[in-house]
Design a binder for this molecule. Structure first.
Ligand code: SAM
Length: 232
């Protein structure tokens, strides 16, 4: 439930057509049902669906008393993928518990991708919300856009690596991606055409370890899911 949905401390009204469709068609919800609900950036609990029409759903939410699932301690640096792939990747990233995401320009990112409507804050929010709802999480990831590679690696990367282990996923690296991390980690994933050598070198010079995920070359959204699931 988003802040604007709350009518009072224990009642909420959802009017967003996408979420109403989701309630009807995915959850097959009906008045009287008890559903897991959560306050955006807050706790989760059980709520009762009081009414469900084409234009609104009314909930009674007596108590939100549980914490959402633990976040994944990964700051994900993702070279901006094509818009359709970005939308799906955002959903997976939110569902897998990433709370910090930087979308980065690299040599093989098409400049036109930065003009995509999928990068509008409302669209990013919508894709992240789909992932959060799926995972019964409430904490939205923070998303930063870095449209220039060189200033990013020179000025911002060192600060991001302070107190974090840095990994750059790149096929053919000698070291396999670690499994099940419990330390804060920065993971860089490349664009459809991969990182160029210069970019790999800059990450390595900054202290990142190159890691591979086996000999299969995965498309970006598959790599995002496989790498994050491996770090889980
Ligand atoms: N031809 C490109 C290359 O060799 O780098 C393929 C890029 S792949 C479609 C997109 C990104 O997913 C890569 O830059 C990398 O970060 C990640 N990735 C995909 N498969 C991988 C693998 N087997 N090992 C490590 N990273 C991988």
């Amino acid at each position: 439930l988003e802040p604007a949905d709350w009518i009072d401390a224990s009642h909420a009204r959802v009017c967003d057509p996408r979420r109403l469709t989701h309630l009807r068609e995915v959850h097959r919800a009906a008045p009287g049902d008890s559903l897991t609900v959560g306050a955006l950036d807050g706790a989760i609990g059980r709520g009762e669906l009081l009414t469900l029409t084409a234009s609104e759903a009314l909930f009674h939410v007596p108590a939100l008393d549980r914490e959402p699932p633990a976040p994944l301690p990964v700051h994900l640096l993702l070279a901006l993928p094509r818009p359709r792939m970005l939308a799906r990747s955002l959903e997976h990233i939110a569902a897998l518990g990433v709370k910090q995401l930087t979308l980065l320009h690299t040599r093989r990112v098409e400049k036109s991708y930065w003009q995509s409507p999928e990068l509008r804050p409302d669209k990013i929010h919508q894709h992240l919300m789909l992932g959060l709802e799926q995972a019964r999480d409430t904490r939205l990831p923070e998303v930063t856009l870095e449209t220039r590679f060189k200033p990013f690696v020179e000025d911002r990367l060192p600060a991001l690596l302070a107190g974090r282990r840095g990994l750059i996923a790149h096929p053919g690296m000698p070291q396999a991606c670690p499994r099940g991390i419990d330390e804060p980690t920065l993971l860089a994933i490349g664009p459809e055409g991969g990182f160029v050598d210069y970019e790999v070198t800059r990450f390595e010079e900054a202290g990142c370890e190159g890691v591979h995920l086996g000999e299969r070359i995965l498309r970006v959204e598959t790599a995002v899911t496989a790498l994050l699931a491996r770090l889980f």
